[in-house]
Ligand binder design. Structure first.
Ligand SMILES: [Zn+2]
Length: 375
């Protein structure tokens, strides 16, 4: 069967002939890909031209943002109960159920949370040393699958990217409430700045507005662009770079409590940190695999961070908690903002048409989704 893969020495995606999965064994589930999101991580893997390959293979099948349908279920493992699903549900999967897979899995069972494991102790499907989901069928285990309510099917491909933003917010909340008290950001919602109008930026906007937090999206797009309009329609303010003032006269009045930094740009990070109030949190959600440092004014981050008790929080991957939040919030958003979530999917293409999108971004594009035959 055909998969979309990254190989060493080339920044270009290619179709590969990948072995079809066998029938599911004990404790396994056969899934059929229905929809697959493309994101900056896929493009970074390709651009770097040195994918981390599964052992014994000379290519990495891409794809980690997946909506799938259960096609077949293997027998229960001998002598043990069926494992609960990744969402904690003990109701067994059934053929026809819709699912979203967890991306990261520990190589060996470990006590730590899987999203906090150090590099080398985990695999990530479609990213690190494990094949992804850009194939028609794949095997998995229920403990790595989240069941998706049928009403959420049109938007469930957004679950994984939304879960990444949910983790950023959840971790910021855990730290703030531990150091400032359990009511922090509950009584007085944090003024939130999201930088970068790409897929993770919009995921950050969704995760903040669904909590009722006052949210601003910053970007280089002009104020009359379609992404700026979408940010406003989602309930956020849009701040174009041309109008941004990151050194307000009254920081406590117009600064931010939480920054979700999604650009990976040193300059944007430094500016956003300067506009962050006392006790604020700056979450790093965007980066390049091959950063090009620019010897910027990092001393501002040190001075302001120290004087204002800032937290700078690096954040990658998502825990099962964050996937569950993402699914809950997608359900709330589809009901509270009818017609808006689908605007985040700016292109739906067939796998045949998809290779160009793995190397390029469309102007004003947000999320490109591959649609497979099984829909
Ligand atoms: Zn992604």
């Amino acid at each position: 069967m055909r998969g979309i893969a990254a190989v060493h020495g080339s920044p270009q995606p290619r179709f590969v002939d990948h072995p079809a999965p066998r029938d599911p064994g004990p404790g396994e589930v056969l899934c059929q890909t229905l929809e697959l999101g493309i994101c900056g991580t896929d493009r970074e893997i390709l651009h770097a031209a040195e994918p981390i390959l599964p052992q014994g293979d000379d290519y990495l099948v891409l794809g980690h943002e997946c909506l799938a349908r259960v096609e077949a279920i293997g027998p229960a493992p001998a002598g043990s109960e069926r494992a609960p699903l990744a969402d904690g549900s003990t109701r067994p999967l059934e053929v026809g159920d819709l699912v979203v897979p967890l991306v990261r899995r520990a190589v060996e069972p470990r006590p730590e949370r899987v999203d906090f494991l150090p590099f080398g102790t985990y695999r990530e499907r479609g990213i690190v040393a494990a094949h992804g989901f850009s194939v028609p069928w794949w095997l998995d285990r229920p403990e790595y699958l989240f069941r998706v309510p049928r009403a959420l099917a049109p938007w469930a491909v957004l679950t994984e990217p939304l879960a990444v933003a949910e983790k950023g917010i959840n971790e910021a909340l855990v730290l703030q409430q531990a150091r400032l008290g359990p009511e922090t950001w509950v009584q007085r919602p944090p003024r939130t700045l999201v930088t970068g109008p790409g897929p993770i930026g919009f995921a950050g906007v969704l995760a903040a507005v669904v909590r009722g937090w006052p949210t601003t999206l910053y970007g280089r797009d002009p104020a009359d662009s379609s992404r700026a309009q979408l940010a406003r329609d989602l309930g956020a303010a849009y701040l174009p770079a041309s109008e941004a003032n990151f050194q307000p006269d009254d920081l406590q009045a117009s600064g931010y409590d939480l920054v979700l930094e999604c650009t990976g740009s040193e300059g944007v990070l430094i500016n956003a940190a300067r506009a962050t109030r006392a006790s604020g949190v700056i979450v790093w959600l965007g980066s390049s695999r091959r950063p090009e440092p620019t010897a910027n004014d990092l001393a501002y981050i040190v001075r302001d961070g120290l004087l204002r008790n800032h937290i700078h929080l690096g954040c990658v991957n998502a825990a099962p908690r964050d996937f569950v939040d993402a699914l809950t919030h997608l359900d709330q958003l589809r009901q509270s903002m009818p017609g808006q979530l689908e605007r985040l999917v700016t292109a739906r293409v067939t796998p045949d048409e998809s290779l160009w999108h793995y190397e390029h971004r469309e102007p004003q594009g947000i999320k490109v989704v591959l649609v497979y035959d099984g829909v």
